[in-house]
Design a protein around this ligand. Structure first.
Ligand code: MN
Length: 203
């Protein structure tokens, strides 16, 4: 079984400046994201050992570690693709229509996701997700990397609100980080995820 690996960024470290500094991006990708990849692989390896030795004394911790690190890996991999040096602007086409339909308007959507992100207690994410059962877009507030989410709804756009994501550049002014995020959102990437997610039949 292949191990998880750290994906390369599709742009240079300085490409998102001034909105996202090369220094923060390098640390965030090369150190923080890399740690989640290593953590997910370590959890899988220890679960492998537990099965082999039939020793499940640490099962709860191992399952918790797997959920945390694997979700961290998934969210960060998506986050890099959700951003682009050519980002910003507004969504188009069917995604734009679904945003209007789900939230009333682009501004209402943006305000809700901004508030969900800014008000995360502790570490977490704001996310736009496709909820396949109700066939609707919803906003979720993700605690850590894996908590407080409905099952089966794939994220389309994720916003990292962990302090490591912004503190070096934006200090305690989280709102400035969120403003910057909106200027580098890769809407075509979000639209492509939306179109793939809509083919999902949950039940
Ligand atoms: Mn992060």
């Amino acid at each position: 079984m292949s191990a998880y690996t750290l994906p390369e960024l599709a742009y240079d470290l300085a490409a998102l400046e001034p909105h996202y500094s090369a220094e923060v991006l390098e640390l965030h990708h090369d150190k923080h994201h890399a740690a989640y990849v290593a953590g997910a692989n370590a959890a899988l390896e220890k679960l492998d050992q537990a099965r082999t030795s039939d020793d499940y004394g640490s099962i709860n911790q191992l399952q918790k570690n797997l959920a945390f690190h694997l979700s961290g890996h998934v969210l960060h991999s998506m986050f890099w693709e959700n951003l682009s040096p050519d980002g910003g602007g507004v969504p188009e086409g069917e995604l734009a229509a679904a945003v209007d339909d789900g939230f009333g308007s682009l501004d209402h959507f943006r305000n809700q996701l901004t508030q969900a992100a800014l008000n995360v207690q502790g570490s977490g994410w704001g996310a736009l997700t496709w909820e396949p059962l109700g066939q609707r877009l919803i906003i979720e507030q993700i605690y850590d990397h894996q908590s407080n989410v409905g099952q089966g709804a794939p994220p389309l756009l994720v916003l990292d609100m962990w302090e490591h994501a912004y503190y070096l550049q934006y200090r305690n002014v989280k709102a400035d980080w969120v403003d910057a995020f909106w200027k580098i959102v890769n809407w075509p990437d979000v639209a492509a995820r939306f179109s793939r997610a809509r083919t999902l039949e949950l039940l």
